[in-house]
Design a protein around this ligand. Structure first.
Ligand SMILES: [Zn+2]
Ligand SMILES: [Zn+2]
Length: 274
């Protein structure tokens, strides 16, 4: 399994020179399974470049993918209207969320209505399906290649984390989450148990968090605590704050490494191989 980061920024794209070492696009991850199938996590602005890459890799063949949506804040959906595979009738895109399928469809249609975007969601050529990942502890995608365990996160208007298992490897994605709710903090730990990789919301430093409580985001220090408690092998700090420059993020990494050896910072274009 390979997990590739196409967008690592939280809240809003930050295409400024001082941020481009780690990247300015918002959340979009690509999971390439051993069986060749592809699953996306979220459709932030990083999805634009990923869509072009998928078309190039397909070499004229049709594209058939699944997209796991964590929630529908702008930084997680804004790349979808620019996701080129949606514009070809031979492609098939399945959106999975923990919301009712009709609600998820309405939300994605909403960001493409007049006067926000020139092409309506209903006019996209690709076959689109919506499924709800709720009501049972796990769901199987990709012809049996991927097992998905959704879990709730503490975030304004809600968000979902995902534990993803394939061929014995485990990735957990827990972004757009604020620590501090005892029951949800416990849920994150149980779902992260023994994970090979935990991608965690590290938008704030512990100092910044003191004045940003209630904003729905966590810290690198809390990520380290979850990783240690759950026996995670590698922690990936993600959902970087728009104000955090490359220099700032390198200092965050230094602080985090003093507490936990196996930590990296998500960088646009980089991959984790499992
Ligand atoms: Zn976000
Ligand atoms: Zn959010």
């Amino acid at each position: 399994m390979e997990l590739k980061f196409w967008g690592v920024r939280g809240s809003i794209p930050t295409p400024a020179p001082e941020n481009l070492g780690f990247g300015g696009n918002t959340t979009c991850l690509e999971l390439r399974l051993g069986n060749g199938e592809v699953v996306l996590i979220d459709g932030g602005t990083g999805a634009r470049k990923l869509g072009l890459d998928l078309i190039q890799r397909a070499e004229g063949k049709s594209i058939d993918i699944d997209i796991l949506m964590t929630h529908f804040h702008w930084d997680h959906i804004q790349g979808i209207p620019f996701f080129a595979p949606l514009y070809s009738p031979s492609n098939h895109v399945r959106f999975h969320t923990t919301k009712a399928a009709s609600e998820a469809k309405n939300i994605l249609e909403g960001q493409m209505t007049h006067p926000y975007f020139p092409v309506g969601f209903d006019l996209l050529a690709a076959k689109r399906d919506f499924s709800t990942l709720a009501g049972s502890p796990s769901h199987t995608l990709c012809n049996g290649g991927l097992k998905v365990y959704p879990f709730p996160l503490n975030h304004p208007q809600g968000a979902s984390g995902y534990r993803l298992e394939s061929n014995g490897a485990v990735i957990v994605h827990a972004c757009d989450h604020e620590h501090g709710d005892p029951s949800l903090d416990h849920v994150i730990r149980t779902h992260s148990e023994g994970a090979d990789v935990l991608v965690y919301d590290a938008q704030f430093t512990p100092e910044e968090y003191e004045i940003k409580k209630g904003w729905g985001h966590s810290t690198w220090l809390e990520g380290v605590k979850v990783a240690k408690d759950a026996g995670v092998k590698q922690l990936v700090l993600a959902h970087h704050d728009p104000s955090h420059t490359d220099e700032f993020l390198r200092a965050v990494l230094d602080s985090a490494r003093q507490q936990f050896d196996q930590v990296i910072i998500a960088r646009e274009g980089s991959s984790v191989i499992l």
